[in-house]
Design a protein around this ligand. Structure first.
Ligand SMILES: Cc1cc2nc3c(=O)[nH]c(=O)nc-3n(C[C@H](O)[C@H](O)[C@H](O)COP(=O)(O)OP(=O)(O)OC[C@H]3O[C@@H](n4cnc5c(N)ncnc54)[C@H](O)[C@@H]3O)c2cc1C
Length: 506
């Protein structure tokens, strides 16, 4: 495929002068990489591919996160794959997600194509050879090895695994208790009967607090500012009803997906059209759960439009049940400094703690921290322009999966994989050896800006990383619109003959 004539094949890639060649090299064996492997094997059966994964196993996010209660906050009907029915409760634990992914690998014979302990360090494109050369640190044998590939499929996720974002709090070393980060959870932590303070208010904090509060003496969620939450039963009525009358799981999966997507679309639209009403509804629900005496105004009334940051789903309202029972509480304030026994807050209040958990998020990275070079020039992705959030100007033969903030990540992984298979087929027909995206003369006059606007979506982890991410143009095709409902129609209709795709046959 792709007109590649020098098909190099060697035995396993140990040793600096030996390398293996594949048509497509997939980075990462998380949800995105496994999805790519599935679609490549089904839609492009003559295409050779390999998946290189730094970890010892598959799953990415669902393998690397170990904090108590780790679970999805998307429903698995849409966070799961379109091609494999989800048959459990919609919100799933990391373990359930790993089991599901393991089944996908087994049922489709993907295992032989995945290489674990392979951390990719560099990716170098040669226009002379129309080839990527990828250097890899094989952590299992502590050796650097090389692969070559015609095409790179980036399923590396969007943050640095195993490394939390630590705000710079004064005098952290004074604290005499235990201090851990949700992204770096130790295996052997015992918090029975301890006073725990969880710093943060995102999905991780909202999961950790209810999951620690049975065992701990008390859990305090310390937040700088409030977040929106949605609650509901961890069940989907229509799925349960269809299951009761013995409908085939494939149908249940599809119907439930469509219903969820329809409802999410209506909700997202409403957050833009009538944000005040959505805000009132969301906060009204929390008020109902916590009772009239609770200070919802201070602790659960965010100062931004709903959906400008991710809205965490709290299944069965477990967080709010813990707060109501008195086993957990919320403090809205800021850390002034650490002391031996806990924290002093900006208000002067002291919080005693045996254990402090920083649930302060992660550090985003770009393209798996891989150093990219094209014909001798190091790529600064911030100087490239994104094509629909999946290709970058100046970087040939490469697609990237970056999912949705307001819908399940996997929905986009599917769109990108399907498009890539079409693009590879098109290149084969043309006899093209490389493809690059480039603005047409008309597009070249576009205003460019940050990868996502502050008005659209503005959590701190994104703001901290904008300098690493590609720029966007003022036309939707040069943006990651974060709009699944638009992409689901537009992606299948992308014409690989349109002028922004520039092919080379030599
Ligand atoms: C705690 C948490 C909960 C989340 N919950 C949801 C949710 O409910 N719904 C939702 O839509 N999204 C959620 N997300 C976002 C989430 O990361 C994705 O949805 C998802 O699992 C992404 O899958 P992925 O395969 O693209 O990336 P990842 O899960 O990040 O996997 C990427 C894989 O690539 C590997 N890799 C990266 N760089 C390299 C390299 N240089 N060389 C080799 N291998 C490499 C990594 O080791 C990893 O295994 C959550 C994120 C977090 C942190």
């Amino acid at each position: 495929m792709l007109g590649q004539d020098q098909y190099l094949m060697f035995e396993p890639s140990v040793g600096s002068n030996v390398h293996e060649h594949f048509d497509v090299l997939v980075v990462g064996a998380g949800i995105s990489g496994i999805n790519a492997a599935y679609h490549l094997s089904k839609q492009c059966p003559d295409t050779s591919y390999v998946v290189l994964e730094a970890f010892e196993s598959f799953g990415g996010t669902w393998l690397s996160h170990k904090y108590p209660g780790i679970r999805s906050d998307s429903d698995l009907y849409t966070f799961g794959y379109s091609f494999k029915p989800w048959v459990g409760p919609p919100i799933a634990t990391a373990e359930e997600i790993l089991t599901y992914l393991g089944e996908v690998i087994d049922e489709n014979g993907l295992e032989n194509q995945i290489r674990y302990h392979h951390q990719i360090l560099t990716a170098t494109w040669s226009s002379k050879d129309n080839l990527w050369t990828v250097t890899v640190n094989r952590q299992d044998v502590d050796q650097q090895v090389r692969f070559t590939a015609n095409f790179l499929y980036m399923g590396q996720g969007y943050y640095r695994h195993g490394e939390g974002y630590w705000p710079e709090w004064p005098e952290m070393d004074k604290f005499e208790g235990q201090l851990v980060h949700s992204e770096e959870w130790p295996e052997d932590i015992d918090y029975a009967d301890q006073n725990v303070v969880v710093i943060g208010s995102g999905a991780s904090a909202a999961t950790i607090v209810p999951n620690m509060c049975d065992k701990a003496a008390h859990v305090t969620m310390l937040q700088r500012s409030p977040t929106y939450f949605r609650t509901g039963r961890n069940a989907i009525e229509i799925a349960d009803a269809l299951r009761k009358i013995d409908i085939d799981e494939t149908w249940i999966h599809e119907i439930t997906r469509q219903q969820i997507l329809y409802e999410q679309s209506a909700f997202t639209e409403q957050t833009f059209k009538d944000p005040d009403q959505v805000r009132d509804d969301l906060i009204g629900e929390i008020r109902r759960l916590l009772g009239a005496k609770y200070d919802v105004e201070t602790h659960f009334t965010p100062n931004y439009r709903p959906w400008r940051q991710r809205i965490a789903f709290v299944p069965d309202a477990d967080l709010f049940k813990c707060i109501s029972s008195g086993r957990a509480s919320v403090v809205t304030d800021e850390v002034e400094r650490f002391i031996a026994t806990g924290l002093v807050l900006k208000s002067g209040q002291e919080l005693e703690a045996d254990l402090i958990v920083a649930a302060t998020g992660f550090n985003m990275n770009a393209f798996g921290d891989i150093v990219f070079e094209v014909d001798g020039n190091t790529i600064d992705f911030n100087e490239t322009l994104t094509y629909r959030g999946m290709m970058c100007t100046g970087v040939p033969n490469m697609v990237n999966v970056f999912g949705y903030f307001r819908a399940s990540w996997t929905l986009r992984a599917d769109l990108v994989a399907n498009f890539t298979c079409r693009l590879l087929g098109h290149m084969e027909k043309l006899g093209a050896r490389s493809v690059i995206v480039a603005p047409t003369p008309d597009d070249a006059r576009m205003q460019t800006g940050d990868w996502i606007s502050d008005e659209n979506f503005n959590p701190n982890y994104v703001k901290r990383a904008l300098h690493l991410l590609p720029k966007t143009g003022d036309k939707p095709k040069w943006q990651h619109t974060q709009d699944y409902w638009r992409d689901k129609d537009e992606f299948p209709a992308i014409d690989p003959n349109s002028p922004e795709f520039v092919y080379k046959t030599q």
